[in-house]
Design a protein around this ligand. Structure first.
Ligand code: GLC
Ligand code: CA
Length: 561
């Protein structure tokens, strides 16, 4: 297998608004990030991914960009950015930016021109259509953030397309001028010396020709119309051209965000013979607790389903492409609350989930606060929420359709994106040490027990466990390049697998729940000697590897011969 730095790296995602505020205005910023670089280096991080820091009116917290060449004034200046990049590099780390080019802000000068008249030269930078025969929106496609994907614009009497909020109009990638301008912008950032991109919502850049109605509006796992604007062949044409003309000229790391793909479709993006991206974020495992209800569903999940779908990703991409591994990001609730136990076994289950992500084949991504086991938050009032997706959802369901307030709040508590956007919990100081002012979103009240300051001092903390795990990956090549093989396929509580590279073999045993099941070594594995590399419980040395009982949420990694 090809050996490259981005396969060996551990990445850390920063959501700048919530990471560290340096000037007391309640909003995280670039100098704040700078002040925490030593913390990240000490954790073992190789690559930092910054969620968008470009100029933006913040309808969707920076995912609505009004100037690609400037830094959001709340976050700092271009000088702050240049210094940050220099200091990241000085510590031997790399920095990747969020590239948001499916859409811009409606306050981007291109859109301001585009909407000004039908014959403006920038008109076709975006997607405009007249009303359908009954005077309504051009088709039945549904926005990710509730309502139609079409917004009527009085000025010129037409509708424009926005898959996300109405302040995020979709760019028209069929227009060669758009392509040229975007390439210039990407080149400008790469020439600055950044180390790559996480590419936002990129599987939606191509739309079905003719913009037809979705014929099956009822049976959508995502949104009505989803198939009409996701993972279409024209996306791959565009990405291969982008790679050929721009990306391939730099030694960078690229991660596409591609919802709705299984391993076969993912290989079209990350296959080593495809020349598109290095890896993609896929979301199949984020769907296991949704039932048939899409993102807001709150259903019990099954370990067998997780095993079977992740094993597919592990084996189908092996030696052909590469996985990006994650359980958390700024769009997902906190994994320890969602798939672990944020009560009695909080620490054990946070470490269990971490062991899983860091011992699979692929590049692990840690999301800020995950390394200290930050949990979901449940604000009582809808007014405490900030996320446009949550607010639109509440408005549509409760205010407009009259659905039950408690039921909708329950879903928001379980699934809302603000769960992962509360400020980073640095210490027991006021506002968790995040800001000297009033934070833009309330801190999670559990910061007095869950915070960095406390965990740095505790050798058994979640934080110190992450450090050990990251070091383990750096020490044992088998964790990066080894082959994955699932064992005990039908066990409903234990998830176990081996990783093999040449003579090296590791055995990973994970008890995903609060019971105490017994692990029995399958007869296919012959073990003469074993050495425990890491565990989230103290384990005696002379354990019988053939058969042992696991503690709640116990995780063990053995090197076996
Ligand atoms: C991606 C981002 C999300 C954002 C959306 C629109 O899914 O991760 O935060 O709202 O794209 O840019
Ligand atoms: Ca600030």
């Amino acid at each position: 297998m090809n050996k490259v730095w981005w396969k060996e790296a551990v990445a850390y995602q920063i959501y700048p608004r919530s990471f560290m505020d340096s000037n007391g205005d309640g909003i995280g910023d670039l100098p704040g990030i700078l002040s925490k670089l030593d913390y990240l280096k000490d954790l073992g991080i190789d690559v930092i991914w910054l969620s968008p820091i470009y100029e933006s009116p913040n309808d969707d917290n920076g995912y609505d960009i009004s100037d690609y060449f400037d830094i959001m004034s709340e976050f700092g200046t271009m000088e702050d950015f240049d210094l940050l990049l220099k200091e990241v590099h000085a510590r031997g780390m790399k920095l990747i930016m969020d590239l948001v080019v499916n859409h811009t802000s409606d306050e981007h000068p291109w859109f301001i021109e585009s909407r000004s008249s039908k014959d403006n030269p920038k008109r076709d930078y975006y997607i405009w259509k007249p009303a359908n025969e009954d005077g309504g929106p051009p088709n039945n496609w549904e926005s990710f953030f509730s309502g139609s994907t079409w917004e009527y614009d009085e000025e010129t009497g037409e509708y424009y397309l926005h898959l996300f909020t109405k302040k995020q109009p979709d760019l028209n990638w069929n227009n060669p001028d758009v392509v040229k301008d975007i390439y210039e912008m990407i080149t400008w950032w790469l020439d600055k010396g950044i180390d790559g991109f996480r590419v936002d919502a990129i599987n939606h850049m191509g739309k079905a020709e003719g913009f037809p109605d979705d014929p099956h509006p009822e049976d959508q796992r995502y949104n009505t119309g989803y198939k009409m604007f996701s993972n279409l062949p024209q996306v791959h044409e565009q990405l291969q051209k982008l790679n050929r003309e721009v990306l391939s000229k730099y030694d960078i790391m690229t991660v596409g965000e591609t919802s709705g793909v299984g391993p076969k479709e993912a290989l079209l993006y990350v296959g080593e013979d495809r020349n598109e991206f290095n890896m993609v974020f896929q979301f199949e495992h984020m769907g296991i607790d949704c039932g048939t209800q899409g993102k807001w569903g709150v259903e019990p999940w099954s370990l067998l389903e997780l095993k079977s779908l992740m094993s597919k990703w592990q084996t189908e991409l092996y030696e052909k492409g590469w996985n990006a591994l994650f359980f958390n990001n700024h769009d997902q609730p906190r994994a320890v609350s969602r798939f672990g136990d944020d009560g009695k076994y909080w620490s054990e289950s946070a470490k269990l989930l971490a062991t899983y992500i860091h011992t699979l084949s692929g590049t692990p991504f840690v999301y800020q606060g995950e390394e200290i086991g930050m949990t979901n938050v449940a604000f009582d009032s809808i007014d405490s929420y900030r996320d446009v997706e949550i607010l639109n959802y509440y408005k549509e369901k409760v205010v407009e359709q009259g659905q039950d307030h408690d039921e909708i709040m329950k879903r928001i508590h379980h699934k809302g994106r603000d769960n992962s956007r509360t400020p980073m919990q640095w210490s027991t100081n006021d506002q968790a040490g995040f800001t000297a002012g009033t934070p833009w979103i309330e801190v999670n009240p559990n910061y007095s027990s869950i915070n960095v300051e406390k965990q740095v001092q505790d050798p058994d903390s979640v934080l110190n466990y992450y450090k050990q795990l990251i070091q383990l990956r750096k020490k044992h090549e088998v964790l990066v390049y080894g082959d994955y093989e699932l064992i005990l396929e039908n066990d409903t509580e234990i998830y176990a697998y081996t990783r093999t590279l040449g003579q090296e073999k590791l055995l990973v045993v994970l008890n995903f729940f609060g019971g105490t099941p017994t692990f029995r070594l399958p007869s296919s594995l012959h073990v003469e000697s074993h050495e425990l590399l890491i565990s989230n419980y103290g384990v005696e040395e002379d354990v019988n590897i053939q058969e042992f009982q696991l503690q709640p949420y116990e995780a063990r990694v053995y090197r076996i011969k």
